[in-house]
Design a protein around this ligand. Structure first.
Ligand SMILES: [Zn+2]
Length: 283
């Protein structure tokens, strides 16, 4: 599944807060069909009720599994790669989550500058509110700030529709107030979702972005392990995930993202690939 292109048309330039007319995700229609079909079947032929109940249970199991698999599209649109046109231009998207962090983020920005490359920062809005100048500095240097929820709650995927909307909408307002630009993309904390997320994103005019490949740099022990995962089959169109917040550390205490980025950027350059922001690649 690493190289499935995102085949949805891009509706660029939609003003913030104005929902686009997008079709309901397939899982909503499929789930409604399963429930209606099961009800009709057990009404018409009462002896089939165990089968009807089994179908409903299987439907709920599939929805849960889809939410636990960050790169799945069972719960609606999920961008895991840049469009073919961006891939053909040799573009990749380095995305950096969980900041801004006053210790790590400035050094990340310096490393990106050295390689004249751009990245997208999925910021936690409450962290951005603690460090608004740093958040603005990200944008001033030509990078993009996107929505990674307000508090990055570990229970995000267990929230109901109202709480999910409050979490994302509040982040949207805070990040827009700080940077002056409304985020266009959302990434779920830890990539975990539930079926309530897609309608909320649709209403807030946000698109879900996960990744092609991640380095597991919050848990890894060595920069080599993270780098190896990220550059394995690295190709145009890849979306890569690293962390400036909650950064894992090397044995000598260095944030892994800082240990990995120089080698990653050199590797990309040698492969004639360059990182651009998500809004640029998806424009
Ligand atoms: Zn995160």
């Amino acid at each position: 599944m690493d190289h499935v292109p995102d085949d949805r048309p891009i509706a660029a330039g939609t003003p913030a807060g104005q929902a686009r007319a997008r079709p309901w995700p397939g899982y909503v229609k499929a789930s409604i069909a399963v429930h209606a079909g099961a009800a009709a079947l057990s009404a018409a032929v009462p002896a089939t009720w165990p089968w009807a109940l089994g179908a409903i249970a299987a439907n709920h199991l599939a929805l849960t599994a889809g939410g636990l698999w960050p790169r799945s599209r069972w719960l609606g649109e999920n961008i895991t790669r840049l469009p073919d046109a961006a891939a053909a231009r040799g573009e990749i998207a380095i995305t950096i989550d969980d900041g801004p962090d006053p210790e790590v983020t400035p050094a990340v920005l310096d490393l990106l500058d050295v390689h004249a490359t751009k990245a997208s920062f999925f910021c936690i809005a409450s962290a951005a509110a603690r460090h608004p100048a740093l958040c603005r500095e990200i944008v001033r240097r030509g990078h993009s700030v996107q929505n990674h929820s307000d508090r990055h709650s570990h229970g995000f995927s267990l929230l109901g529709p109202k709480a999910i909307r409050a979490e994302i909408a509040s982040a949207q307002v805070r990040l827009c107030d700080i940077t002056g630009t409304p985020p266009r993309f959302f990434r779920a904390p830890a990539g975990l979702r539930n079926p309530f997320l897609a309608p909320v994103l649709q209403a807030l005019d946000l698109r879900l972005v996960s990744w092609t490949r991640r380095g597991f740099d919050t848990q890894a022990r060595t920069a080599e392990a993270v780098l190896k995962r990220l550059v394995h089959r690295l190709a145009g169109g890849d979306i890569l995930l690293l962390h400036d917040g909650h950064a894992g550390r090397t044995a000598d205490g260095r944030p892994l993202v800082l240990a990995v980025l120089p080698a990653l950027l050199s590797h990309a350059e040698a492969a004639k690939l360059h990182s651009v922001t998500l809004p640029a690649a998806l424009a």
